[in-house]
Design a protein around this ligand. Sequence first.
Ligand SMILES: Cc1cc2nc3c(=O)[nH]c(=O)nc-3n(C[C@H](O)[C@H](O)[C@H](O)COP(=O)(O)O)c2cc1C
Length: 354
Amino acid sequence: MDLLYRYALKPILFTLSPDFVHDVFITTGEIAGRFAFSRALFNLFYGYQGPDISKTVDGLIYHTPVLLSAGFDADGRLTRILPSLAFGGEEIGSVTAEPCAGNPLPRMTRLIRNKSIVVYKGLRNHGVDALIAKLRRTRRERGFVLGISIARTNIQSASTDVEAGIRDYVESFKKLNESGIGDYYTINISCPNSFTGETFVQPELLAQLLPRLREVPCEKPVYLKMPINVSWEQFEKMLDIADKNNIQGVIIGNLNKNYGDLAYPEDAPKEFRGGLSGSPTFALSNDLIRKTRQMYGTRFTIIGTGGIFTPEQALEKFAAGADLVQLVSGMVFEGPGLMRKICEHYAAERGVLS
Ligand SMILES: Cc1cc2nc3c(=O)[nH]c(=O)nc-3n(C[C@H](O)[C@H](O)[C@H](O)COP(=O)(O)O)c2cc1C
């Protein structure tokens, strides 16, 4: 099946626009998830059937330690099919208080030689009310954890108003907690392709946001999605603020804004058009995971994200200190068999991690 994807399907898909292919995948995955027969078929080819590698993190049981990263399934349409692709959970969203149409097309550009996607989605999603309604209607699969990533509504008029930004995060966070939907929540403060996305990576503003979120009654783990282009000094200040505000974990991390980090920078758009996923995030995220683990021990749950294309690279993230890993670009480039391969490798090698 892997060869089929690599040599037959991928060459065709990669001639089509990534935005179109993404829409087709979401629709196909949503339909396939509805039927026991198609779920069983996907499970046969792509599911994980090996020894038990389930992991309990912050009280949540993950069937496998591999999660789909935020952004691919913004509206929570794939929750039923993903367990059949060896995922132990997914991060839905990022969702915003108001629906967002996203940035103008193209919202994604493949940089094939660089194994990267230029992401300019601009938080396109149907909004938190629609997500809650959708997930209420959807049956849950066992051992599959649903994280929900919350971002600030992406509208130009909100660009400078910090208080409006805080209220926007709080509104989504409150609605999700009141609805009981979602197993953990991530506060995405590091989206590099929206008007307002990175305001709260500034420590003094993060120190205003997190106490306001803490006022909302919440019994679920809350994580912070970290930027990877800031200095260690700034990163550490952010971790200290997270520590003081009872944030349970950090997701390290978001997209890379520096086109100079590409192996072939000449392939990048001439002007900045959103952050880079995939390979250019790998080393930066590993380094920050390692430093965070060294500095804070087990204080934070760490979810390692960025540039996983092979089972060995997933293992590197665990070895750097990640409790769980997330990926999205690897699945796009390597196909739906990647997660199973990672799980099999993890099952065989996890002894060396402990
Ligand atoms: C198409 C696309 C959309 C994304 N949208 C979001 C998002 O809405 N929220 C978020 O926190 N991260 C988003 N990201 C970043 C990913 O969650 C992840 O942090 C990053 O892509 C690195 O992982 P990867 O190398 O496996 O792709 C997006 C990434 C891609 C490729």
